[in-house]
Write a protein that binds this ligand. Structure first.
Ligand code: ATP
Length: 235
């Protein structure tokens, strides 16, 4: 369980997020929605320790993460997939996937065949292009690669910043299915999105952020209706 209590965070002296209380369980998808500039990316940066907490607490299974580095957070299994399908363009698909294991303690590493084969099973197109440079892939394929790379580190929590951005509409379901599959295996997924309908269909719980504050949250059973959500985000 990743838990945030009474947290605020921002940039320098500027506070963006205020009074954030959030529990992110393993084995589920928590969808984070909100208008532009609401603080969604900032929330992910706070969770992955890219920015410091200005107040409040952040714990993983009860142990504080408040002062650890991004690298240590990654080692503890909190993996941030940044917005904009960041991959290493001059490396092959296969090398990109393998690189995800860097920094993992040796006993936790899988063989290259293992990490790559399971990635190719869920994203067959990556298998077809395993020897191609990442730069030659489409936006959606690069997003798949970024996710496969993160998955190769066997994270406990995967923080995904707008994975549908710049991705052909036809590939969005594959990406959401991938996340659903990982949650089914026990991973905690935090999914920041601009799209509403497709991510809502796979989400187990929802958080709505506006002007740096959580204005609604709840499990699937108590999620606001879609129209209410749109109103909440626009109004
Ligand atoms: P979007 O949907 O447009 O990506 P968001 O909800 O992810 O928006 P954030 O990117 O978290 O919002 O931005 C929240 C606020 O923090 C905005 O006012 C933004 O200008 C500010 N901000 C974001 N990144 C930085 C930064 N590196 N330095 C200073 N301010 C920043």
């Amino acid at each position: 369980m990743l838990k945030v209590e009474g947290a605020s965070a921002g940039y320098g002296r500027m506070t963006v997020l205020r009074d954030i209380d959030l529990e992110i369980p393993a084995g589920s998808i928590t969808l984070v929605l909100g208008p532009n500039g609401a603080g969604k990316t900032t929330l992910l940066r706070m969770l992955s320790r890219m920015i410091r907490l200005q107040s409040g607490s952040l714990t993983l299974d009860g142990a504080s993460l408040a002062t650890i580095s991004t690298e240590d957070a990654s080692r503890k299994g909190i993996r941030h997939v940044l917005e904009g399908h960041r991959v290493f363009p001059g490396l092959t698909v296969e090398d990109n996937i393998r690189l995800g294991q860097i920094g993992l303690p040796r006993p936790r590493r899988l063989s290259t065949d293992e990490v790559c084969d399971r990635a190719y099973q869920v994203f067959p197109i990556l298998g077809d292009k395993r020897r191609d440079m990442a730069r030659s892939l489409s936006g959606g394929q690069q997003q798949m690669l970024a996710l496969a790379q993160a998955w190769s580190s066997q994270p406990r929590f995967l923080l995904c910043d707008e994975p549908s951005l710049g991705v052909a509409q036809s590939l969005v379901p594959d990406i959401l299915e991938f996340l659903k599959g990982r949650a089914g295996e026990g991973m905690g997924v935090i999914l920041v999105e601009q799209l509403i309908d497709q991510p809502l269909a796979v989400a187990d719980s929802l958080v709505v952020i506006k002007q740096g504050r959580i204005v609604a949250q709840g499990s699937r059973e108590v999620m606001p209706h879609r129209d209410e959500l749109v109103e909440m985000m626009l109004g």
